[in-house]
Design a protein around this ligand. Structure first.
Ligand SMILES: Cc1cn([C@H]2C[C@H](O)[C@@H](COP(=O)(O)OP(=O)(O)O)O2)c(=O)[nH]c1=O
Length: 216
């Protein structure tokens, strides 16, 4: 059994394997009798702000893409629109498992601004999403850590499989490398809540994670 209503977030670079980890965790929790609700951000096709993000990421909104704060507000509004549902799910399910959350905004935005995890942007994201928008704070954040070049290779493979275009962030290898560094800093600082760092290049040991975090 697991503790009721835990908000668990998976973070990492594009191509880190977050979806695979989410599936493995869901299956393993299910096998232990836990009720799991899953979700992912951005919520394309479900939310007008997320759709605007997609347009911006593919260069269709002029210079909005250039504004790190503007993009971050859109991502944050997408989460704000989902907050009631997350709260309702937390009351009904043992675990709510999300693929990307507030830390994505902190990591990608800081990386774009060439700041670190101790910079002003990360604090601005916290004040926007937690203080102003009142978003639920994760109980646990899982950082799926892979070198930026490995993540880029996997993301390119996925792109080819899904025949979808590469977005502007994914095309910027330097950004992914800086983003990885910010993620490391957020995890080391325990930003917002405890973090567990997982090696995304090794076999995923989901049972070990469950034993550590999900038993009474
Ligand atoms: C959720 C979120 C994502 N991002 C960035 C990270 C990704 O590079 C990009 C798209 O998210 P991603 O999870 O890669 O979506 P897709 O299914 O299109 O691959 O958005 C933020 O900058 N802030 C956020 O809050």
């Amino acid at each position: 059994m697991v503790s009721v209503g835990k908000l668990v977030v998976i973070e990492g670079l594009d191509g880190a394997g977050k979806r695979t980890l989410a599936k493995a965790l869901t299956d393993a929790l299910d096998a232990r009798g836990a009720k799991v609700a899953t979700g992912a951000f951005p919520r394309y096709d479900e939310d007008v702000h997320a759709d605007l993000v997609r347009d911006a990421l593919h260069g269709r909104l002029g210079d909005l893409t250039d504004s790190v704060h503007g993009m971050s507000v859109l991502y944050a509004l997408d989460r704000r629109g989902a907050a009631d549902r997350i709260r309702a799910d937390l009351a009904r399910y043992d675990v709510v498992l999300l693929d990307r959350y507030t830390a994505s905004n902190a990591a990608y935005g800081a990386a774009r601004l060439r700041q670190g995890a101790d910079g002003g942007f990360v604090e601005w994201v916290r004040s926007l999403e937690v203080d102003r928008f009142g978003l639920p704070i994760p109980d646990l954040q899982l950082l799926l850590r892979v070198p930026a070049d490995v993540a880029a290779g996997r993301a390119a493979h996925r792109e080819a499989e899904e025949a979808r275009g590469r977005d502007l962030y994914e095309s910027d290898g330097g950004l992914q490398t800086r983003c990885a560094a910010v993620y490391d800093g957020l995890a080391a600082a325990g930003w917002l809540s405890p973090w567990e760092v997982l090696d995304g290049t090794a076999d995923l040991r989901v049972d070990a994670i469950l034993d550590r975090w999900f038993t009474h």
